[in-house]
Design a protein. Structure first.
Length: 234
Protein backbone atom coordinates (compact mmCIF):
# COMPACT_ATOMS: atom_id res chain seq x y z
CA UNK A 1 0.00 0.00 0.00
CA UNK A 2 2.89 2.37 0.75
CA UNK A 3 4.37 1.77 -2.70
CA UNK A 4 0.97 2.11 -4.40
CA UNK A 5 0.26 5.41 -2.65
CA UNK A 6 3.71 6.72 -3.57
CA UNK A 7 3.51 5.76 -7.26
CA UNK A 8 -0.04 7.01 -7.89
CA UNK A 9 0.45 10.24 -5.95
CA UNK A 10 3.70 11.05 -7.74
CA UNK A 11 2.32 10.30 -11.21
CA UNK A 12 -0.73 12.48 -10.61
CA UNK A 13 1.41 15.13 -8.92
CA UNK A 14 3.85 15.31 -11.84
CA UNK A 15 1.08 15.52 -14.47
CA UNK A 16 -0.75 18.25 -12.54
CA UNK A 17 2.57 19.94 -11.79
CA UNK A 18 3.41 20.21 -15.50
CA UNK A 19 0.01 21.75 -16.20
CA UNK A 20 0.35 24.18 -13.27
CA UNK A 21 3.90 25.15 -14.29
CA UNK A 22 2.78 25.93 -17.85
CA UNK A 23 -0.16 27.92 -16.45
CA UNK A 24 2.18 29.74 -14.06
CA UNK A 25 4.37 31.09 -16.88
CA UNK A 26 1.42 31.81 -19.17
CA UNK A 27 0.93 35.32 -20.53
CA UNK A 28 -2.74 35.05 -19.59
CA UNK A 29 -3.03 36.79 -16.21
CA UNK A 30 -6.16 34.84 -15.20
CA UNK A 31 -4.56 31.46 -15.88
CA UNK A 32 -1.36 32.51 -14.15
CA UNK A 33 -3.28 33.78 -11.11
CA UNK A 34 -5.18 30.50 -10.77
CA UNK A 35 -1.90 28.59 -10.77
CA UNK A 36 -0.33 30.98 -8.26
CA UNK A 37 -3.35 30.63 -5.97
CA UNK A 38 -3.26 26.84 -6.14
CA UNK A 39 0.46 26.70 -5.35
CA UNK A 40 0.10 29.27 -2.56
CA UNK A 41 -2.71 27.34 -0.87
CA UNK A 42 -1.40 23.78 -1.10
CA UNK A 43 2.17 24.69 -0.19
CA UNK A 44 1.00 26.90 2.68
CA UNK A 45 -1.16 24.36 4.51
CA UNK A 46 0.12 21.16 6.19
CA UNK A 47 -0.38 17.90 4.32
CA UNK A 48 -1.88 16.28 7.42
CA UNK A 49 -4.56 18.98 7.55
CA UNK A 50 -5.34 18.41 3.88
CA UNK A 51 -5.64 14.65 4.41
CA UNK A 52 -8.06 15.11 7.31
CA UNK A 53 -10.03 17.67 5.29
CA UNK A 54 -10.57 15.29 2.36
CA UNK A 55 -11.40 12.47 4.77
CA UNK A 56 -14.15 14.62 6.34
CA UNK A 57 -15.34 16.34 3.16
CA UNK A 58 -18.78 14.73 3.60
CA UNK A 59 -19.37 16.95 6.63
CA UNK A 60 -19.15 20.00 4.33
CA UNK A 61 -20.66 18.49 1.17
CA UNK A 62 -22.78 15.40 1.96
CA UNK A 63 -23.70 15.12 -1.72
CA UNK A 64 -21.36 15.85 -4.62
CA UNK A 65 -22.88 17.46 -7.70
CA UNK A 66 -21.95 19.34 -10.86
CA UNK A 67 -23.87 22.40 -12.02
CA UNK A 68 -23.98 26.12 -12.67
CA UNK A 69 -23.09 28.24 -9.62
CA UNK A 70 -25.60 30.51 -7.85
CA UNK A 71 -28.79 28.51 -8.26
CA UNK A 72 -28.40 26.97 -11.70
CA UNK A 73 -29.40 23.42 -12.61
CA UNK A 74 -27.08 20.70 -11.33
CA UNK A 75 -26.50 16.96 -11.66
CA UNK A 76 -26.08 14.90 -8.50
CA UNK A 77 -23.07 12.58 -8.72
CA UNK A 78 -23.53 10.71 -5.46
CA UNK A 79 -22.83 10.61 -1.75
CA UNK A 80 -19.47 12.04 -0.69
CA UNK A 81 -18.99 9.21 1.80
CA UNK A 82 -19.41 6.62 -0.94
CA UNK A 83 -17.28 8.42 -3.54
CA UNK A 84 -14.40 9.61 -1.36
CA UNK A 85 -13.25 6.56 0.57
CA UNK A 86 -10.30 6.72 3.01
CA UNK A 87 -8.00 5.57 0.19
CA UNK A 88 -9.48 8.20 -2.14
CA UNK A 89 -8.99 10.89 0.50
CA UNK A 90 -5.37 9.81 0.94
CA UNK A 91 -4.69 9.93 -2.81
CA UNK A 92 -6.38 13.32 -3.15
CA UNK A 93 -4.43 14.82 -0.27
CA UNK A 94 -1.05 13.45 -1.34
CA UNK A 95 -1.48 14.12 -5.08
CA UNK A 96 -2.85 17.66 -4.87
CA UNK A 97 -0.21 18.66 -2.34
CA UNK A 98 2.59 17.16 -4.41
CA UNK A 99 1.37 18.93 -7.57
CA UNK A 100 2.05 22.33 -5.96
CA UNK A 101 5.68 21.44 -5.23
CA UNK A 102 6.24 19.78 -8.61
CA UNK A 103 4.85 22.87 -10.36
CA UNK A 104 7.63 25.01 -8.88
CA UNK A 105 10.30 22.41 -9.64
CA UNK A 106 9.18 22.10 -13.26
CA UNK A 107 8.87 25.88 -13.61
CA UNK A 108 12.49 26.20 -12.48
CA UNK A 109 13.54 23.58 -15.01
CA UNK A 110 11.69 25.36 -17.80
CA UNK A 111 13.37 28.62 -16.82
CA UNK A 112 16.79 26.99 -17.13
CA UNK A 113 16.36 26.35 -20.88
CA UNK A 114 18.18 28.88 -23.04
CA UNK A 115 15.89 31.38 -24.75
CA UNK A 116 17.58 30.67 -28.06
CA UNK A 117 15.92 27.26 -28.03
CA UNK A 118 12.53 28.98 -28.14
CA UNK A 119 13.53 31.06 -31.15
CA UNK A 120 14.90 28.01 -32.95
CA UNK A 121 11.69 26.04 -32.33
CA UNK A 122 9.53 28.91 -33.57
CA UNK A 123 11.75 29.20 -36.64
CA UNK A 124 11.03 25.53 -37.38
CA UNK A 125 7.30 26.25 -37.24
CA UNK A 126 6.51 24.61 -33.91
CA UNK A 127 3.48 25.76 -31.97
CA UNK A 128 3.50 26.34 -28.20
CA UNK A 129 2.54 22.75 -27.31
CA UNK A 130 5.16 21.22 -29.59
CA UNK A 131 7.75 23.67 -28.27
CA UNK A 132 7.02 22.67 -24.68
CA UNK A 133 6.94 18.89 -25.09
CA UNK A 134 9.56 18.43 -27.84
CA UNK A 135 12.13 21.06 -26.95
CA UNK A 136 11.75 22.63 -23.50
CA UNK A 137 10.71 19.75 -21.22
CA UNK A 138 13.33 17.24 -22.51
CA UNK A 139 16.09 19.80 -21.89
CA UNK A 140 14.65 20.75 -18.50
CA UNK A 141 14.88 17.13 -17.32
CA UNK A 142 18.49 17.56 -16.23
CA UNK A 143 17.45 20.30 -13.82
CA UNK A 144 14.12 18.78 -12.82
CA UNK A 145 15.28 15.23 -12.02
CA UNK A 146 17.35 15.81 -8.82
CA UNK A 147 14.60 17.66 -6.90
CA UNK A 148 11.96 15.30 -8.33
CA UNK A 149 13.90 12.33 -7.01
CA UNK A 150 13.98 14.00 -3.62
CA UNK A 151 10.23 14.55 -3.84
CA UNK A 152 9.64 10.84 -4.58
CA UNK A 153 11.65 9.90 -1.50
CA UNK A 154 9.81 12.51 0.57
CA UNK A 155 6.48 11.21 -0.74
CA UNK A 156 7.38 7.66 0.26
CA UNK A 157 7.96 8.84 3.82
CA UNK A 158 4.95 11.18 3.79
CA UNK A 159 2.63 8.26 3.09
CA UNK A 160 3.04 7.38 6.77
CA UNK A 161 0.66 10.27 7.48
CA UNK A 162 -2.24 8.28 6.02
CA UNK A 163 -2.11 6.06 9.10
CA UNK A 164 -4.38 8.65 10.74
CA UNK A 165 -7.02 7.65 8.16
CA UNK A 166 -6.73 3.98 9.19
CA UNK A 167 -5.24 2.93 5.83
CA UNK A 168 -3.09 -0.19 6.00
CA UNK A 169 0.19 1.33 4.93
CA UNK A 170 3.54 0.30 6.41
CA UNK A 171 3.31 2.39 9.58
CA UNK A 172 -0.34 1.58 10.29
CA UNK A 173 0.37 -2.14 9.91
CA UNK A 174 3.20 -1.83 12.43
CA UNK A 175 0.89 0.06 14.78
CA UNK A 176 -1.73 -2.69 14.54
CA UNK A 177 0.85 -5.35 15.40
CA UNK A 178 2.40 -3.55 18.37
CA UNK A 179 -1.05 -2.71 19.73
CA UNK A 180 -1.51 -6.48 20.07
CA UNK A 181 1.91 -7.62 21.32
CA UNK A 182 3.02 -4.32 22.98
CA UNK A 183 6.45 -4.46 21.28
CA UNK A 184 6.32 -0.83 20.19
CA UNK A 185 10.02 -0.03 19.72
CA UNK A 186 10.96 -3.25 17.85
CA UNK A 187 8.06 -2.79 15.43
CA UNK A 188 8.94 0.87 14.83
CA UNK A 189 12.54 -0.17 14.14
CA UNK A 190 11.31 -2.79 11.64
CA UNK A 191 9.15 -0.17 9.89
CA UNK A 192 12.11 2.22 9.79
CA UNK A 193 14.30 -0.41 8.15
CA UNK A 194 11.65 -0.99 5.47
CA UNK A 195 11.50 2.74 4.77
CA UNK A 196 15.31 2.87 4.60
CA UNK A 197 15.37 -0.06 2.18
CA UNK A 198 12.83 1.53 -0.16
CA UNK A 199 14.45 4.98 -0.05
CA UNK A 200 17.86 3.42 -0.76
CA UNK A 201 16.46 1.71 -3.87
CA UNK A 202 14.88 4.97 -5.02
CA UNK A 203 18.16 6.83 -4.43
CA UNK A 204 20.01 4.29 -6.58
CA UNK A 205 17.66 4.75 -9.53
CA UNK A 206 17.66 8.52 -9.05
CA UNK A 207 21.44 8.53 -9.39
CA UNK A 208 21.24 6.45 -12.58
CA UNK A 209 18.66 8.77 -14.14
CA UNK A 210 20.64 11.88 -13.25
CA UNK A 211 23.74 10.44 -14.91
CA UNK A 212 21.73 9.48 -18.01
CA UNK A 213 20.19 12.91 -18.54
CA UNK A 214 23.35 14.76 -17.54
CA UNK A 215 25.69 13.00 -19.96
CA UNK A 216 25.74 15.64 -22.67
CA UNK A 217 26.02 18.50 -20.21
CA UNK A 218 28.81 16.84 -18.25
CA UNK A 219 30.74 16.06 -21.41
CA UNK A 220 30.44 19.63 -22.69
CA UNK A 221 31.56 21.08 -19.35
CA UNK A 222 34.54 18.70 -19.21
CA UNK A 223 35.56 19.62 -22.77
CA UNK A 224 35.42 23.34 -21.99
CA UNK A 225 37.54 22.86 -18.87
CA UNK A 226 40.15 20.91 -20.83
CA UNK A 227 40.34 23.62 -23.50
CA UNK A 228 40.78 26.31 -20.84
CA UNK A 229 43.52 24.26 -19.16
CA UNK A 230 45.33 23.81 -22.50
CA UNK A 231 45.18 27.56 -23.22
CA UNK A 232 46.58 28.40 -19.81
CA UNK A 233 49.40 25.86 -20.32
CA UNK A 234 50.32 27.43 -23.67
Amino acid sequence: MTVVLTVISMVVGVVLGIALAVMRISDNSIVSTISRGYIWFFRGTPMLVQLIFWYNIAALYPTLSIGIPFGGPYIVIGSANALITPLGAALLGLSLNEAAYMAEIIRGGIGSVDKGQYDAAHALGMNSIQLMYRVVLPQAMRVVLPPTGNEVISMLKATSLVSVLAISDLLYSAQIIYSLNYRTIPLLIVASFWYLLMTSILSYFQDKLEKHYGRGFTASVTTKRRRLAMRRTK
